[in-house]
Design a protein around this ligand. Structure first.
Ligand SMILES: [Zn+2]
Length: 320
């Protein structure tokens, strides 16, 4: 396969994954996790049943424009892929939309939270306080509102999901942007950390960490198809789009692949090539906090790359 054929195949894959992700987004509304059903899968009951929710296809280009307006850094990376794509029969704006990140801007921002169903005050407070775990290093914070929030949380059936970053702006106001099925005050604290922190990560624009190239490379596709079908009833297209398609590393501003990231699925050793599990994250880890601090720098949070500043009067005149 020459380089052009390879890029052509890659672009076709991107288009396929984009449409599959949309179909999954729709199907997932009818999906309910069968809790603790098979004993042999009991060890997987902690696996996040999270499928990143996608916008309808017709809104993908608009969503990319919105993302770039909110944060110019979200513009897709142009490289060999983009130049070769010019002659291909793939809808160019759609392709770019798929490659566009959805991060909010680096300026401090408060996003308001409302709840779709009648929700006790203590439960609202507990969920919002866990969402704000990210503010330890990040400048995006969350506050409850009695009106209609920027982020709208439902606790109805449908599993755990969120839209990605600035995509939430395109969701009709009468619909949720995040689902936390069945969360109550009796839900263990560990589940708040594992699920609420993870879904809030998606709301901040963070994709799934297990789709990083280095982690996808560890998975045996044949075993993965079998296991996800048996465990979650996922078909091949779902496994392809949610597990086996690596993220475009060029579009990431992230750290090296990190299997203990809160954004990483827990995956069993039976589907890996090396026979070792992908451990998955149970809470926001140090790398996650560092990444949030880099993307959303909190005033006063010092990063290694931070510039040193002084009074303008001290500037040195350079004779040329
Ligand atoms: Zn997720």
């Amino acid at each position: 396969m020459n380089q052009n054929d390879h890029l052509r195949a890659t672009l076709a894959k991107i288009a396929e994954v984009a449409s599959a992700a949309i179909e999954i987004g729709e199907d997932f509304e009818n999906y309910e996790h069968k809790e603790g059903e098979e004993s042999e899968q009991a060890s997987q009951e902690d696996t996040p049943a999270c499928v990143l929710k996608s916008l309808p296809k017709r809104l993908l280009v608009k969503a990319a424009e919105t993302a770039r307006t909110i944060n110019p850094v979200n513009a897709p990376v142009f490289g060999p892929l983009a130049s070769v794509a010019a002659g291909l029969e793939i809808n160019e704006p759609l392709r770019l939309a798929v490659l566009t990140a959805k991060y909010w801007g680096p300026k401090p921002r408060t996003l308001t939270i409302s709840f779709m169903e009648s929700t006790p005050a203590d439960l609202k407070t507990r969920i919002i306080s866990h969402m704000n775990a990210w503010t330890k290093t990040g400048c995006i914070s969350f506050v409850g509102t009695n009106g209609t929030g920027d982020i709208r949380i439902s606790r109805e059936p449908g599993g755990y999901w969120s839209y990605l970053g600035t995509d939430v702006l395109l969701i009709p106001k009468n619909r949720p942007t995040m689902n936390l099925q069945g969360f109550t005050m009796r839900t263990p604290e560990s589940e708040y950390k594992r699920v609420v922190h993870h879904e809030t990560g998606h709301t901040l624009g963070f994709p799934h960490e297990h789709m990083r190239k280095d982690l996808v490379a560890r998975i045996d596709p044949a075993k993965a198809y079998k296991w996800f079908l048996e465990t979650y009833g996922w078909d091949r297209a779902t496994v392809d789009s949610q597990v086996l398609t690596p993220l475009d590393e060029a579009s990431l501003m992230g750290t090296p692949a990190d299997q203990t990231s809160i954004m990483c699925y827990q995956l069993p050793r039976v589907i890996t090539k090396d026979g070792k599990p992908i451990t998955g994250g149970t809470d926001i880890n140090q790398t996650d906090y560092m990444f949030a601090g880099k993307i959303y720098p909190k005033p006063g949070y010092v990063t290694a790359a931070q510039e040193e500043d002084w009074a303008e009067s001290e500037d040195v005149e350079v004779a040329v």
